[in-house]
Design a binder for this molecule. Structure first.
Ligand code: SF4
Length: 234
């Protein structure tokens, strides 16, 4: 489904990801995500819009750590969208899965229906120490208790670039929009762009023979595309 002028998507190259988690920190800082104390992780109530899943391949002593970044897949057939009783989720004409905080009443049906576990319920009002209040991003609202939140592909950055391009009466340049995670990744493992543009970097990478979509057998049709890690045995 490619209805709008743009169709935003991301390619994640697993061959490049080193598991450094710079993307996780960048996302946290950009999007005013609450501080997660140990207790939040122990009770499985921590909020991370992007997480790095670690798993092991091989048998000891030839074990190898593998890393797999997971964020909202912005599915074209998103299972979270039809189950919201108050229409707090909608699919934008540009391929984004959008959460409307003002509508959300916190039933959490969407989180239960997301196979990727990337939706988070705010169990508490977020708090930051006084020394950190100046680092909050004024372009992103702080979510209060009782709301579901998740990755937006840094929609505030998309809107800002779209506004500027409209103002200057020009097209958006490939690579001009960078979500915080993609901007920060030191190995360039995350590439964001317009899947409607066949010449964009993201479209070219999406055509790589290594491409696949996470749990694509579910038919969710994500706009996040992974590139397999390939290892040649010596
Ligand atoms: S910043 Fe890049 S290399 Fe580091 S964990 Fe994230 S995706 Fe992987």
């Amino acid at each position: 489904m490619m209805a709008g002028q743009h169709h935003w998507g991301m390619v994640i190259d697993l061959d490049r990801c080193t598991g450094c988690e710079a993307c996780v920190v960048a996302c946290w800082a950009e999007n005013n995500i609450r501080l997660n104390p140990d207790s939040a992780f122990h009770t499985r109530r921590a909020i991370l819009w992007i997480r790095i899943e670690r798993y092991w391949e091989g048998e000891y002593p030839n074990l190898k750590a593998r890393f797999f970044p997971v964020l909202c897949q912005h599915c074209n057939n998103a299972p979270c969208e039809p189950v919201c009783p108050v229409f707090a989720i909608h699919h934008s004409s540009e391929g984004l899965n959008v959460q409307i905080y003002n509508r959300c009443v916190g039933t959490r049906y969407c989180a239960n229906n997301c196979p990727y576990h990337i939706r988070f319920f705010n169990w508490w009002n977020p708090e930051w120490p006084e020394s950190m209040t100046n680092q909050l991003n004024p372009d992103v609202i702080v979510r209060t208790r009782g709301l579901i939140e998740k990755c937006t592909f840094c929609i505030q950055r998309i809107n800002s670039v779209e506004r500027q391009a409209r103002f200057e009466k020009r097209d958006i340049r490939d690579g001009e929009i960078q979500p915080a995670c993609a901007q920060t990744c030191p190995t360039d493992a995350l590439v964001f762009g317009d899947l409607n543009d066949p010449n964009s970097r993201v479209s070219r990478l999406a055509a790589d023979p290594r491409h696949y979509r996470f749990m694509e057998e579910l038919g969710t049709d994500p706009n996040v595309i992974y590139l397999k890690r390939v290892e040649l045995n010596a």
